[in-house]
Design a protein around this ligand. Structure first.
Ligand code: ADP
Length: 357
C-alpha cells in the first residue's frame, strides 16, 4: 500500500508543538509534503531556529510518520520561520519581527552582559538578531562586543555595527567620549525613535533591547515608545534585589507587555574543589517568578571569564561556548525565543487562547 498525503497529515496532526499546545498541522508547520512510493519528504517549519525542543519534535514526527501504512523512508528537513509579532506592524518601518526588552530593577546585576550574550546565542542558532543598547546610564555593550565606532552612515540612515553575528547600536557610540550622558525623558523618547526609524537594521527576527535599569522615566518612556513583544527581567538571588525586580515586573504588567520570564544572574560560584558557593543568597529568582506568576528562565553562575570577556569584547557564549555559564545562557536564550513565539502567535490571534502569562 502506498501512503497518501492525507494519511501522513493525519498522523502528523497527532504531534503537538509542546510550547504552543497545538498540533503541527493546525499550526501550518508542515511544508513541502511529497510522497514518492514508500518515501515521504517534508519540512517541519519551527517558529524559531533556537527551538529548545527541536530534538523532541523531530523524534515525535519521525515516530508518527513511521506508523503510517506503507512508509519506509522519511526525508525530513527542519527549518524555521520566526512569527512576526503583529504589534510591531505599522509602528516600525523596519521589518523587525520581535522586540524583546531586557530590564532589571537596579544596575549592576548583569543586565547588559545577559543582553549581549543572549543576542549572540540567538545569532549562533541561526536567527537574525539586532541589539539596541538603550542603557543611557551606562551604555557598555560596545566594550562588551569590542565595537569602537559605527560604520559611516548611508545618507540619513545610521548603519549598525556588526559583531559576533549580530547588528548593534548603542548610545555609547553616538556620544563623544567623556561627554556626560544626560538624557532626559523627552530626549530619550526621540533617541529611541531614531534608533528604530533611522537605523538600517534590515530584516531581524529578534531585536534585543538593553533597557536602562530601574523603573524610572527612562525605562518607562522606552517601554512606551516601543511595541514590545515581551520583556525579560534579570535579578540577583538576594532579597533586596528581588524587591527592585518585582517593581520592574509590575511596570511591564501595567504597560501590558508580556513578561517572558525572570533570569537569575550570578546565582552561584563553582569552586575548583567541587563545592558550590551562594555568594549572593539563593533562590531569589525562582521566588520572584513564583510570587509574580511568571516563568523562571534559569540561573547563570558567576564565572570570572564572563567579566574578562565583557571587558575585552569577547562574549562568553562565543569565547567559551562549552562552559557551564555559556550553556546556561544558551538554554535561557532558547527559552526566550520559544516564549516570544508563543507571545507573537497569541498577539496575532493565531492561537485560540491567550496562553501568555
Ligand atoms: P548591568 O548592565 O546590570 O549594570 P553588567 O552587565 O554591566 O550589569 O555587569 C556588571 C559587572 O558584572 C560586569 O563587570 C560584568 O562583566 C560582571 N558580570 C555580569 N554577570 C556576571 C557573571 N555571571 N559572572 C561574572 N561576572 C559577571
Amino acid at each position: 500500500m502506498t501512503p497518501t498525503k492525507e494519511s501522513v497529515l493525519a498522523a502528523l496532526s497527532k504531534v503537538q508543538e509542546p510550547e504552543l499546545h497545538q498540533d503541527l498541522v493546525t499550526l501550518n508547520m508542515i511544508r513541502n509534503l511529497e510522497i514518492a512510493g514508500d518515501k515521504v519528504s517534508f519540512t517541519v517549519m519551527l517558529t524559531t531556529p533556537a527551538c529548545p525542543l527541536r530534538g523532541r519534535i523531530e523524534k515525535e514526527v519521525r515516530e508518527a510518520v513511521m506508523t503510517v501504512d506503507g512508509v519506509k523512508t522519511i526525508d525530513l528537513k527542519m527549518d524555521s520561520d520566526v512569527p512576526n509579532d503583529g504589534r510591531m506592524r505599522g509602528l516600525v518601518s523596519m521589518p523587525i519581527r520581535n522586540a524583546i526588552a531586557i530590564g532589571s530593577g537596579k544596575g549592576g546585576v548583569g543586565k547588559s552582559t545577559v543582553s549581549v550574550n543572549i543576542a549572540v546565542a540567538l545569532a549562533q542558532s541561526g536567527a537574525r538578531v539586532g541589539l539596541m543598547d538603550a542603557d543611557i546610564y551606562g551604555p557598555n555593550t560596545p566594550t562588551m562586543l569590542g565595537v569602537e565606532k559605527l560604520p559611516p552612515p548611508n545618507g540619513q540612515k545610521l548603519i549598525p555595527a556588526e559583531a559576533y553575528g549580530i547588528k548593534m547600536i548603542s548610545m555609547g557610540l553616538l556620544v563623544k567620549p567623556g561627554q556626560p550622558l544626560i538624557w532626559r525623558g523627552p530626549m530619550l523618547n526621540s533617541a529611541i525613535r531614531q534608533f528604530l526609524g533611522d537605523v538600517e537594521w534590515g530584516e531581524l527576527d529578534y531585536l534585543i533591547i538593553d533597557l536602562p535599569p530601574g523603573t524610572g522615566d527612562a525605562a518607562l518612556s522606552l517601554a512606551q515608545a516601543l511595541p514590545l513583544s515581551g520583556a525579560v527581567v534579570v535579578t540577583l538571588p538576594q532579597l533586596v534585589s528581588l524587591e527592585d525586580a518585582s517593581r520592574g515586573l509590575n511596570m511591564f504588567k501595567q504597560l501590558e507587555v508580556p513578561i517572558l520570564g525572570v533570569v537569575e544572574n550570578m546565582s552561584y560560584l563553582d569552586l575548583p574543589d567541587g563545592t558550590r558557593m551562594d555568594l549572593f543568597g539563593t533562590g531569589g529568582g525562582e521566588e520572584l517568578a513564583r510570587a509574580t506568576n511568571t516563568t523562571f528562565l534559569g540561573k547563570i553562575p558567576i564565572d570570572q571569564n564572563v567579566r574578562i570577556g565583557g571587558d575585552t569584547g569577547k562574549p562568553i557564549v562565543s569565547s567559551f561556548p562549552e562552559s557551564a555559564v555559556a550553556k546556561s545562557i544558551q538554554d535561557i536564550a532558547q527559552k526566550i525565543a520559544a516564549k516570544a513565539s508563543v507571545a507573537a502567535m497569541s498577539a496575532n490571534n493565531a492561537l485560540p487562547i491567550n496562553i501568555v502569562e
